[in-house]
Write a protein that binds this ligand. Structure first.
Ligand SMILES: [Zn+2]
Length: 335
């Protein structure tokens, strides 16, 4: 029996899992603290510790692990980190994939965390084998694209699917395109992310109609206001729902454009949005905007009006999506 490991490096934890050569999960998920800010060597020590715990739990030796899929929370190209994001400085400029592979003496595939989660969603859906587009709105907005068969599309330099940084034609209340954290203007991430919510809440609360809204309390920071917005929306607050509705409709507009590029068949929405109590309502807004702004053939088949051509769904693979996705890729590549 051969085994393959998926190692998902996050900002605060490292989630790891083993699968066997039939693709079945072997043992339980092992989670260790992430030391990414202490440098890559410290993180390698944590990864090795997790790997040893995974092996010990099912009574195998490390040499029985024939391949590793590793994902990092930063843009990387062929094993090297190109932008440090939340990592320590020493990660940049080193071929992390080669260095870790040499250390554990196991072949390693490496990609970013969103590509990994995209593959995890693909692997979790046994009945779907077409192309899958994944978006994960969180603090920012990442994405991934999985080709039929389960391979992530990395692009020529490992930089593909930065779909949060494609601009959409919407203006903020000041009549301008909003500034994005990447330096560009009007990116989708500047509308659909936690960072975007903070700006939106601030702009909307200045309008006369919301002057008496409880979120217009000066004792609250903008971070607290954005954080509380979801609670208000879940209670049916009109102000909060209006902000989420606009966000959902802009997201639907962008998805209609991505459908014309990728013809994905299945679009999966992950990140914090997938945990919202009013997510069914949110998805209704996204789908309505997708239909309004897209070509009809991307919604239903012209040959059979009952056949949906692009499904839009919430993520189902949960917190361990990226680790499971990386184990699945390692199995495909190194078996
Ligand atoms: Zn941007």
């Amino acid at each position: 029996m051969a085994y393959f490991a998926g190692l998902d490096i996050g900002g605060s934890t490292i989630k790891t899992v083993l699968v066997d050569n039939a693709g079945q999960k072997a043992g339980a998920l092992v989670e260790v603290p992430s030391d990414v800010k202490k440098g890559y060597e410290a993180t390698f020590t944590q990864l090795e510790s997790a790997l040893d715990q995974l092996c010990a739990a099912i009574g195998i030796d490390r040499y029985e692990v024939e391949g590793i899929g590793l994902d990092v929370p930063a843009p990387s190209s062929n094993g090297a980190i190109w932008g440090r994001a939340n990592l320590a400085d020493d990660w940049v400029g080193v071929n992390i994939r080669e260095a870790f592979s040499k250390r554990v003496k196991i072949p390693v595939y490496m990609t970013n965390d969103c590509n990994a989660a995209a593959v995890g969603e693909y692997a979790a859906r046994k009945s779907y084998c077409g192309p899958l587009l994944f978006l994960a709105p969180g603090t920012g907005l990442g994405g991934g694209f999985v080709l039929p068969g389960g391979k992530p599309f990395d692009g020529a330099n490992g930089l593909a699917l930065e779909i949060g940084h494609v601009s959409v034609p919407f203006l903020e209340t000041d009549g301008k395109m909003p500034q994005c954290s990447c330096g560009l203007e009007g990116c989708l991430e500047a509308w659909v992310s936690l960072v975007a919510l903070r700006r939106r809440v601030g702009c909307e609360l200045q309008k006369e109609e919301w002057k008496s809204h409880p979120l217009n309390d000066d004792a609250l920071t903008i971070e607290q206001k954005a954080f509380q917005l979801r609670d208000y929306a879940e209670k049916g607050d009109v102000f909060a729902l209006k902000i989420f509705e606009r966000q959902a409709r802009i997201l639907g507009y962008a998805l209609a454009g991505y459908a014309r590029i990728f013809d994905p068949g299945l679009i999966v929405l992950g990140g914090g949005l997938s945990e919202m109590q009013f997510r069914d309502q949110y998805l209704t807004w996204v789908k309505a905007s997708f239909e309004k702004n897209g070509w009809p053939m991307f919604s239903v088949s012209p040959m059979d009006p009952k056949k949906v051509t692009t499904r839009i769904e919430w993520a189902i693979a949960g917190d361990s999506a990226a680790a499971l996705g990386m184990a699945a890729v390692a199995r495909d590549l190194f078996q």
